[in-house]
Design a protein around this ligand. Structure first.
Ligand code: GLC
Length: 744
């Protein structure tokens, strides 16, 4: 080294010696604090600084609720009666991950002292709004309550398609169509994450029934999978960018979802380029090496699993090379990346600030969602309720006290407490919870009529009362819940007989359904009007009353097909019973493949009780001027929508697409939709683009979406069976990559 350099080096050394070494600044000690760096770059810097034990801490999650039967006490710093907790790492400034359920608000596990929060209407009700802005607003609201309750991970975003109307968790999801479910749930996820917390999307994938959910093997062909449930997840992930994907309990084509290389490594991470992390469902992890190498990044909910697979066993697996260092670092990287990308480092939660929640404002948000999702299925003219009505009899459904909600881990204990004493045995998935928003009170506040209530326990007594009333409103309920499927489409507890007796006594009878999915209606011909109100949430009674009295137009449209009978289903008998199927219970989704819901009904030529997309209004709409033109690999559709009635209302315009030559899984698909709020006589021009994947079939060998050259029909409809205008266009054909982009 030349002398001059030595001198320089000496000088530099002396300089440092003269200035005592100042402790590293926060920036130097934690270079990942630099917010100008990308989430990936910041995550890389943290991973480089972590010990193996710290990485293990990051990938192993605990249930945050005491479990006496497991001799388990929730982590000291975790929220009580909550879903999950992963401790932070102070040395590196990594915050804890505090997890709450779920998709309708901040849930609480069963406890004598639940946190009382605002409940959105059920996911299926939000899907029934067909209004992505309501989905976003609802997500933003419940994400705010999660954050202010001290949670930074919200286990929301249920998007499993309705393949069976008996699935006990249909109420949590977005219906039967991949575009509608994907966009509605994706916007809720986006709303949640606007609060600088992480949302999941779940349950990945093909967890479309609850019967034997922990073991059942869902069998489906790759292409059919990509064109149905996986497309819903793909669109939800593109729309909402969830920080985490929750893999499900079931198997898919033989392998458990949380150790399914095809599902996690191939489809999610390689094909779709997903850069967040995969967490297991609670009790859905079954191994260390297979799961880690198949793409699982975090074991959730200890002690629900048989073994703490991602604790010491994972460390050993890494030490002995069964799980590579690179893969182990990738697990930690993905979690940290999502934490950086969603503000968990830079906008950390700050304990319990629930005293600052704006419950009054939030009540309005959930009410608008509920109102937008209520579907008017029949109306002989008795709705909206006549102001001249002098006597109104309200029957059943605890309508004098509140509205029903769905059961299981998503259960929000409502502000105001349970409206009806908890009648369910003191175990999961109870309680049977009613939100304290009384439809009867809402109606009484909006009419001069004398409003009386009868619980409907004696149909003959109720029928005699009904005879004397100007109008009768029967509230019919069906409680649905996680971990159990319903066995029939009929209403439980003799409610069909009650409705039969009442409608026989008075044709001016309105039936309001509070269910989590499709039901049979043997009394339909005799009812004067029918509303599907789903589980309408914290302000559900107000929402129902405003629709019944005409303060707001009913504008919901069905996100699911209401079958006329179980015989119309791909599987009239629910699969998965080990007593029937022996040691490997399974469900064959290749029967319908991608032809889910209305697509199946179209393909088989079945007439449903009520079709997908169906919903009436108090006003009328005219659709005109439909045009359809190729726009690259997409199709641009334009039309004019007019409110031709005398009342303001919201219309849901549905665009269906179909290849003239056939060749798809079913005759047509929903290609686009929009919801417009129109004053009387107001017109609005609309322009919509059809996602090119909805014009294509998936080719598994090349992993491409292929649009066949040929003629296509574009139909403007008000439901899957009611088309008002049709246009035809020619497409030249195109090939798209697995993400739906034009192949280079
Ligand atoms: C449950 C559910 C899942 C929930 C999790 C935590 O079993 O399947 O949706 O987020 O466990 O409660």
């Amino acid at each position: 080294m030349p002398f001059s350099s030595k001198l320089a080096l000496l000088g530099a050394t002396a300089l440092v010696a003269l200035c005592p070494l100042t402790p590293a600044t926060a920036q130097d000690a934690q270079p990942w604090a630099d917010t100008t760096l990308s989430p990936d770059a910041r995550a890389d810097l943290v991973v480089k600084a972590m010990t193996q034990a710290e990485k293990i801490q990051l990938v192993f999650g605990y249930f945050s609720t005491d479990l006496a039967d497991h001799d388990f006490v929730h982590p000291a710093d975790g929220q009580p009666a909550a879903a999950g907790y992963i401790a932070g790492i102070a040395r590196l400034g990594i915050p804890a991950q505090s997890e709450t359920d779920a998709g309708v608000g901040v849930a609480t596990q069963r406890t004598p002292t639940p946190r009382l929060r605002t409940s959105l209407p059920a996911g299926i009700a939000t899907a029934a709004t067909w209004d992505t802005s309501l989905a976003y607003a609802g997500g933003a609201m419940i994400g705010n309550e999660a954050r202010l309750s001290g949670f930074n991970v919200q286990l929301a975003g249920g998007v499993n398609l309705m393949r069976d109307p008996r699935n006990g968790r249909n109420f949590e999801y977005g219906g039967e169509d991949p575009l509608l479910a994907g966009l509605m749930v994706g916007n809720e996820i986006k709303g949640i994450q606007s609060n600088h917390i992480i949302s999941t999307v779940k349950h990945f994938a093909f967890n479309n029934q609850e019967t034997n959910r922990n073991f059942i093997d869902a069998r489906i062909d790759d292409a059919a999978a990509r064109e149905s449930d996986l497309l819903a997840f793909q669109m939800a992930i593109e729309t909402g960018q969830p920080g985490s994907v929750m893999c499900s309990y079931n198997r898919i084509n033989g392998d458990y979802a949380c150790e399914n290389n095809w599902l996690l490594n191939q489809v999610l991470k390689l094909d779709w380029g997903y850069n967040g992390y995969v967490m297991s469902d609670w009790g859905a992890t079954h191994s260390t090496v297979p799961a880690a190498n198949a793409g699982l990044d975090q074991q959730s909910g200890w002690p629900f699993d048989k073994s703490p697979y991602f604790k010491d066993a994972l460390g050993e697996a890494v030490d002995n090379g069964h799980v590579s260092e690179a893969r182990f670092d990738d697990m930690a990287h993905r979690i940290l990346r999502s934490m950086f990308a969603n503000g968990l480092f830079d906008q950390p939660i700050d304990g319990d600030q629930s005293a600052t929640i704006d419950y009054a404002g939030h009540a309005q948000v959930t009410q608008q969602d509920a109102e937008g999702g209520i579907v008017l299925l029949k109306n002989t003219g008795i709705l909206p309720l006549a102001r001249s009505a002098r006597t109104i009899l309200i029957v059943g459904g605890h309508a004098d006290k509140g509205v029903l909600s769905g059961g299981g881990s998503s259960q929000v204990y409502p502000v105001g407490g349970l409206a009806v004493p908890d009648t369910y045995p003191a175990h999961f998935p109870g309680p049977i919870a009613y939100d304290p928003s009384s439809p009867m009170q809402g109606i009484a506040a909006r009419t001069q009529a004398m409003v009386t209530y009868d619980d409907g326990s004696d149909p003959q007594v109720t029928a005699s009362l009904a005879k004397k009333a100007d109008v009768v409103i029967v509230f019919a309920t069906r409680w649905e819940a996680e971990s159990v499927d319903v066995t029939t489409l009929n209403l439980p507890d003799n409610q069909d007989a009650l409705i039969d007796a009442v409608t026989a006594a008075n044709t001016r009878t309105v039936v309001v359904l509070e269910t989590g999915g499709p039901v049979a209606m043997p009394w339909l011909a005799k009812a004067g009007a029918v509303l599907e109100a789903w589980y309408p949430g914290t302000s559900g009674g107000e929402a129902i009353a405003r629709v019944l009295t005409g303060e707001v137009d009913p504008s919901g449209h069905l996100p699911v097909t209401f079958a006329a009978s179980l015989d119309q289903l791909p599987r009239p008998k629910l699969d998965g019973d080990p007593a029937v199927q022996g040691g490997h219970p399974h469900v064959d989704y290749d029967i319908e493949g991608a032809a889910v819901g209305y697509k199946w009904f179209d393909k088989k030529g079945f007439k449903p009780l009520f079709p997908f997309g169906y919903g009436l209004s108090y006003t009328t709409f005219a659709y005109d001027g439909l045009t359809a033109a190729a726009d690259g690999p997409s199709v641009k559709v334009t039309f004019v929508l007019k409110n031709t009635g005398s009342m303001a209302g919201k219309a849901v315009a549905q665009v269906y697409v179909a290849p003239v030559a056939g060749g798809w899984e079913a005759p047509k698909r929903l290609g686009a939709f929009t919801k417009l709020d129109l004053a009387p006589s107001q017109s609005q021009s609309v322009s919509l683009d059809v996602d090119p994947r909805l014009l294509a079939t998936f080719d598994s060998a090349s992993k491409t979406w292929r649009i066949a050259a040929g003629d296509y029909k574009v139909m403007l409809g008000t439901s899957a069976t009611d088309m008002v205008q049709t246009a035809t266009l020619h497409l030249d054909g195109a090939t798209l990559d697995v993400r739906g982009q034009l192949s280079r």
